[in-house]
Structures are given as structure tokens and as C-alpha cells.
Design a protein around this ligand. Structure first.
Ligand code: AMP
Length: 125
């Protein structure tokens, strides 16, 4: 079910539980500002999710309320993760779904990293 991206942060969302180590994930990267793990239902040969450690519902929430250090740390972490995963060449796609029309289902900001094949058009036609 897509979420309302303006809702208050729910500390019991599934990615908050992954951050706290309450449910398992296949972690690929962690630093002060970001955690990355494999998507449970991959939609490309390589499908990694990157989340900030702070309590942000969506990109909208994070870009409005995140500190400069959190935002810089998160953006740099996404770059490191893609480079370490060997995605830069031959290429990859970043995606962040926001709210109902964006199709966001988990109310903790996450950036999808897709790679490993030609990904086709940006949106369904
Ligand atoms: P979105 O539609 O952008 O909110 O994407 C949510 C993503 O989270 C989907 O691609 C799901 O497959 C993924 N997902 C949901 N639960 C888990 C989980 N426990 N571990 C890893 N990925 C998950």
C-alpha cells in the first residue's frame, strides 16, 4: 500500500527495525549516516536499498529537515556504495519513490540502486 509521505515518522516501520537490527537484512555498507542492504524482492540483477540513519519519512522530509552533515553524508554514501558494487561502469539507476503517486511503500526514506542489465525506459509507457 503506498503511503502518505506527509505522515509523521513511524519508528516501527520495517526499515527502522532493520536499522536497529531487530529484523535481518543482507547488509552491504554502513557508516555514520547510511545503511545499505539488498532489496528482498530484487527488480534487477543488482538491487540495493540505501537508507539514512535518521528518522526521515521520505526524500521530501529529509531534504527539508536533514542537517547538512546528514545530507552530505548520505549522498556521498550512495556514491561509495555504487562504486564499491562496480555499478559506475556499465551504469546504474537511482530511484526514490515519494508518497502515493510515487508508489512509496515503506515510510523511511530509501534510495533504490538498480544495475546489472539495460534498465530500459525510466517510466512505464
Ligand atoms: P518503495 O516502493 O520505494 O517503498 O520500495 C520498498 C522496497 O522495500 C521494495 O522494493 C521491497 O521489496 C523492499 N523491502 C520491503 N521489505 C524489505 C525487507 N525486509 N528487506 C529488504 N527489502 C525490503
Amino acid at each position: 500500500m503506498p503511503i502518505d509521505a506527509t505522515q509523521p515518522y513511524d519508528p516501527n516501520n520495517i526499515f527502522a527495525k532493520i536499522l536497529r537490527g531487530e529484523i535481518p537484512s543482507k547488509r552491504v555498507y554502513e557508516d555514520e549516516h547510511a545503511l545499505a542492504f539488498h532489496d528482498i524482492n530484487p527488480q534487477a540483477p543488482h538491487h540495493i536499498l540505501v537508507i539514512p540513519k535518521g528518522p526521515y519519512v521520505s526524500w521530501d522530509d529529509f531534504s527539508a529537515k536533514g542537517s547538512d552533515a546528514e545530507i552530505a553524508g548520505f549522498v556521498r554514501a550512495v556514491g561509495v556504495i555504487a562504486r564499491e558494487a562496480g555499478m559506475v561502469e556499465p551504469g546504474y539507476r537511482l530511484l526514490a519513490n515519494i508518497g502515493a503517486d510515487g508508489g512509496q511503500e515503506v515510510p523511511h526514506l530509501h534510495v533504490h540502486l538498480f544495475a546489472g542489465k539495460r534498465l530500459g525506459p525510466m517510466l512505464m509507457r
